[in-house]
Design a protein around this ligand. Structure first.
Ligand SMILES: Cc1cc2nc3c(=O)[nH]c(=O)nc-3n(C[C@H](O)[C@H](O)[C@H](O)COP(=O)(O)OP(=O)(O)OC[C@H]3O[C@@H](n4cnc5c(N)ncnc54)[C@H](O)[C@@H]3O)c2cc1C
Length: 263
């Protein structure tokens, strides 16, 4: 497989990491090889905390960056970026992905994480998913809150064509973004536990704005892990562990990371 060097201190949205050699998946066969060698696939690293020591990584090549109208559905390649998916759906008056404009990622990362906002999730108009070269109906996977249950490599997905882009919903989603921190971040650090909010739990554990060196929980949004300058992987891990411990001691709730950590 071909390789390329990715510097995670610039590539990842959190701006943490180091230059690492990454394998390029150019064919479904490559994806099978990557799976058999237990490679960890990355998308656009908007939900990743990558150790400078991480190895055995893989990334989809530009062959998988496409969007096609197949008549009954829209097929999108795993490497296609969310902003362009949003623009395509808007300009073709298609509904279901109005929340995507300000939700950074690639199709593969969005489907893997079942990304979304509030009750709107990627799974809502998902028809089928190509995992390592084989198409599977979406019902094959559990697709829960921020988890698809997919263990293979997502090469593409097909979406139902729901006519009618919902402008009011789009405006509503954008309004939710207004108060989000502007510093480099990975979005929400923890998943919301059932019936509660990770942000509320962190705030009541006095962690809103809490900082270890250059990594902090944002002052604007307690559940956003933000990089204040030159944050390190180790500091980020220390802050995450501290938050889990404090929240558990205070509320008995075990927070689960939404950010994916590659050691
Ligand atoms: C400012 C900001 C705001 C955000 N807001 C939201 C939000 O509102 N809602 C939300 O859900 N998320 C949000 N996120 C998180 C992020 O945008 C999503 O999780 C997105 O789906 C990540 O896509 P990615 O391509 O960057 O994936 P990555 O971060 O690279 O990877 C995420 C996970 O997907 C896996 N993965 C990536 N590509 C593939 C593939 N082809 N096949 C199989 N697995 C793959 C990786 O192994 C990893 O486990 C936000 C992030 C930021 C920085």
């Amino acid at each position: 497989m071909q390789t390329k060097i990715i510097d995670f201190s610039t590539y990842s949205s959190l701006k943490i990491g180091a230059p690492i050699e990454v394998n390029l998946i150019q064919t479904p066969q490559d994806s099978k090889l990557a799976l058999s060698q237990h490679m960890q696939v990355i998308g656009k690293a908007n939900n990743l905390l990558v150790s400078p020591k991480a190895t055995n990584l893989a990334l989809l090549d530009k062959t998988f960056s496409y969007i096609t109208d197949c008549g009954e559905y829209i097929e999108i390649g795993g490497a296609y970026p969310s902003g362009r998916i949003f623009s395509y759906f808007k300009s073709h008056n298609l509904g279901g992905l109005e929340f995507l404009q300000a939700l950074p990622g690639s199709l593969g990362g969005l489907v893997k994480m079942n990304a979304g906002m509030k009750q709107y999730e990627i799974k809502s108009i998902l028809h089928s998913i190509n995992v390592n070269g084989e198409w599977h109906d979406v019902s094959t996977f559990p697709m829960n809150y921020r988890d698809s249950g997919i263990t293979g490599i997502i090469l593409a997905a097909r979406f139902y064509k729901k006519i009618g882009f919902d402008t009011a919903l789009h405006t509503q989603c954008n309004a939710l973004r207004k108060h989000h921190p502007k510093e480099p971040s990975c979005g929400s650090c923890f998943k919301n536990p059932k019936g509660d909010y990770a942000g509320r739990l962190l705030e009541s554990a006095e962690l809103k704005g809490y900082r270890i060196n250059d990594i902090a929980f944002s002052e604007q949004h307690a559940n956003f892990l933000v990089n204040k300058g030159k944050a390190s992987f180790e500091d980020a891990i220390s802050l995450i562990e501290l938050a889990k411990k404090r929240v558990f001691e205070q509320s008995g709730i075990q927070l689960e990371c939404e950010v994916q950590i590659l050691h």
